[in-house]
Design a protein around this ligand. Structure first.
Ligand code: PLP
Length: 401
């Protein structure tokens, strides 16, 4: 998408809005598939929580992927978008046994990450196959909020508990059809990933009826020109080789599964805002936009650095700005950033706004959630309307005093 296209979208649909480029999602999907082309059975399950708009899910379905879900509501969204239950895996953490049972009865693959839940589920539903989420205790990922594989993480069943896991499987006679790990986001070191994979292979060899091994996700994508990223092609060639060797030893062609969220949709997303005002203080020039952490919380929550372009005036001389929002609380998107000269009314574009952006939006300060637009086959289509006052009040019940 070019500046002109994005400006047209801002003009047509108003700001703030999210604009997603379908061709970028496809490009990433194809890249992943090609990196693992020597693996006979490969399955990509898109992690719905990254971006859960129904039209995006339908597009992902059209590409041929399945989905990874973390709540029964995501499962329902997936089914509404046309995924058959067999193409859905459910990987919850900390949900009730009731929800797990309910989802399993919908025909969705269950991934269990807790021995207590496994025992409860196995004692009552031993005929339904389950996948087991292992925690290999490999510290991967960018920071503590997004790294979920370390020793004190609440995710997965510790590799140190394998003996108890095996005992529960034997006692309940439950059928384990998959082994899974997901160690966190922003993996850069391929060797660390392979090390975790070795632990997974070792665990997998203890189960006889496996159909798949799920390596989760956590691929890092570039956030600005020249930023580093997971080398998917290198990971693909190394892991494929090891996977094929493992299958040979295991005596069965298993399916290699991934469940990327960020990798597929992050770079496809652009967040467009208008500049409400320029405000100078003693030390700083602020550009204040018509949004805040109600719409886009990643910079504040994870300290993520989203690249920002002034698409109304892209080639002027650069100045230093702090980009802030309109929320009555500190909501800094970027500090002391060099950006082509900004004036009131300009449209700023935040890159990498596809993953964990709209899906984390709220109504804080009683603002409406923004609209979402899909750019597909050279056309912009609104895939979610901007909210209205009715949306803000629709579930509220008024008491008269
Ligand atoms: C969030 C999540 C993913 C996706 O992670 P990304 O870093 O967005 O690729 C995959 N698997 C599970 C179980 C998750 O919770």
């Amino acid at each position: 998408m070019k500046y002109q296209d994005l400006l047209k979208a801002a003009d047509k649909f108003g700001t703030p809005c999210y604009v997603y480029d379908a061709s970028k999602i496809k490009k990433q999907y194809d890249r992943l598939i090609n990196s693992f082309k020597t693996v006979k059975n490969l399955k990509i399950n898109y992690a719905v929580k990254a971006l859960s708009n129904l039209s995006i899910l339908k597009y992902i379905n059209y590409l041929g992927a399945g989905i990874d879900t973390v709540s029964i509501q995501e499962v329902l969204l997936g089914i509404k978008a046309g995924f058959s239950p067999e193409k859905i895996i459910y990987t919850p953490n900390g949900v009730s046994i009731k929800e797990i049972i309910k989802v399993s009865k919908m025909g969705v693959n269950i991934n269990i990450d807790n021995l207590n839940m496994l025992e409860q589920f196995g004692s009552t539903h031993s005929k339904i196959p389950v996948c087991i989420r292992i925690n290999p205790h490999v510290m991967a990922g960018g920071n503590n909020k997004i790294s979920v594989g370390h020793i004190d993480s609440k995710f997965g069943i510790s590799i140190h508990q394998i003996p108890l896991l095996l005992r529960i499987v034997k006692n309940t006679n439950i059928n384990v059809n998959g082994i899974h790990m997901h160690t966190g986001s922003d993996i850069l070191d391929i060797e660390v990933f392979i090390h975790a994979a070795e632990i997974l292979f070792e665990t997998a060899s203890k189960f006889e009826n496996l159909e798949f091994i799920d390596f989760g996700s956590g691929f890092k994508v570039p956030y600005s020109p020249g930023d580093n990223e997971t080398n998917i092609e290198e990971l693909g060639s190394k892991l494929s080789k090891r996977f094929n060797e493992f299958c040979y030893d295991y005596g069965k062609e298993l399916t290699l599964t991934f469940e990327p969220g960020k990798f597929l949709v992050s770079e496809a997303g652009n967040f467009l805002c208008s500049v409400n005002s320029i405000k100078q203080t003693t030390s700083t020039v602020f550009a204040q936009i018509d949004s805040g952490f109600n719409h886009f919380v990643r910079p504040m929550m994870y300290g993520s650095n989203h690249y920002i372009e002034n698409i109304s005036n892209p080639d002027d001389s650069e100045r230093f700005y702090s980009i802030v929002g309109y929320i009555c609380e500190t909501d800094t998107f970027a500090t002391n950033r060099r950006i082509s000269m900004i004036s009131e009314g300009d449209i700023l574009c935040f890159k990498n706004a596809g993953a964990y952006c709209f899906s984390m939006a709220s109504n804080y300060n009683s603002r409406y959630k923004p609209s979402e637009i899909l750019f597909y086959n050279n056309e912009f289509t609104e895939i979610r309307k901007r909210e209205s006052f009715e949306d803000l009040i629709k579930n509220q019940i008024e008491i008269n005093f």
